[in-house]
Design a protein around this ligand. Structure first.
Ligand code: SAM
Length: 289
């Protein structure tokens, strides 16, 4: 039996065609087959570099079935590459199933790193990058979108979102409504391309700009949003105040009404107040001063 082959996961440019390494190009020239999200698109990119390696389509609609076929070839000793239309495969792009199945079959999986819009946006945003959370695309609409944003409102890490051009304005408005108008954010548009622009401001300022300037929604963008502030030195006092308010209201009103009023009076998020109200109802009365 032959030794298992190798799957190279190769990043391609996100706009500027000079943004990929010699190693990426020589790997693509050297392998026997390239699995590509869109063979026509990748074929054009490879033609510019004089690379004529055969291509096979691997996209979200055929990945499950095709991964099996490709892993069988890799397990038999093939050297293959995986690319997506732009940037790093698997980052909001196909390839996860193939990489997981190849690794499970004992195939070597080797990264040939390069451009990634999320990392490029973080590198210019000027927001904290010591910890960040990549959120990819938000649900496109409705309750799922609101639920996701509500769950993220208290996240203290910097958040990174991908978005389609026609939804950038709505997304800025929705994120401002969920996280608060004053939260700082950066919209990095058309990174590495001719019309590259970095918009900086509060979520409300960026939402207003998107509503008044059609250029903001032209091309591709990454939204980077500052995390929620960590609880400051006033937090224990605020928590005490919230508990007092809740206890007083819970004694006189139904839970839901008490939570609504306490959230408004203390300027706290309803979810947090609701959790605290449940905890207080379960716990014996505390001695506070
Ligand atoms: N795999 C890619 C990567 O490594 O960044 C991401 C692919 S995802 C399908 C496409 C999204 O990435 C776009 O909707 C946009 O949010 C972001 N994006 C890709 N290229 C970009 C660019 N040049 N400037 C800004 N955002 C970009």
């Amino acid at each position: 039996m032959s030794a298992p082959g190798t799957l190279f996961v190769v990043a391609t440019p996100i706009g500027n065609r000079a943004d990929w390494s010699d190693r990426a190009r020589s790997t693509l020239a050297d392998v026997e087959l390239i699995a590509a999200e869109d063979t026509r698109h990748t074929g054009q990119l490879l033609a510019l570099c004089g690379i004529s390696t055969p291509l096979i389509a691997l996209h979200e609609h055929n990945e499950a079935a095709r991964a099996e076929e490709l892993v069988a070839r890799l397990a038999g000793g093939a050297r293959m590459a995986l690319v997506s239309d732009a940037g790093t495969p698997l980052i909001s792009d196909p390839g996860f199933r193939l990489v997981a199945a190849a690794a499970a079959a004992g195939v070597a999986v080797v990264a040939i790193p390069g451009a990634c819009a999320a990392v490029a946006a973080l590198s210019v945003a000027g927001l904290p990058t010591d910890r960040f959370a990549f959120e990819g695309f938000l649900p496109s609409r409705g309750a799922a979108r609101r639920t996701r944003l509500a769950a993220l409102a208290g996240e203290s890490r910097t958040l990174v979102f991908y978005e389609a051009p026609h939804r950038v304005g709505d997304t800025l408005a929705d994120v401002a409504a969920a996280f608060g108008a004053g939260r700082r954010a950066v919209l990095a548009r058309e990174l590495t391309k001719l019309h590259e622009t970095t918009y900086r401001g509060t979520l409300a300022e960026l939402a207003a700009l998107a509503a008044s300037d059609p250029d903001v929604a032209r091309g591709e963008s990454v939204l980077v949003v500052a995390g929620a502030p960590e609880p400051g030195p006033d937090a224990p006092r605020d928590a005490l105040q919230l508990d007092r308010t809740l206890r007083a209201l819970l004694g006189a009103l139904p839970l839901s009404r008490a939570v609504d009023l306490a959230a408004e009076l203390c300027g706290e998020r309803r979810n947090r107040v609701y959790d605290r109200a449940l905890a207080l109802q379960r716990a014996p009365p505390a001695e506070d001063t």
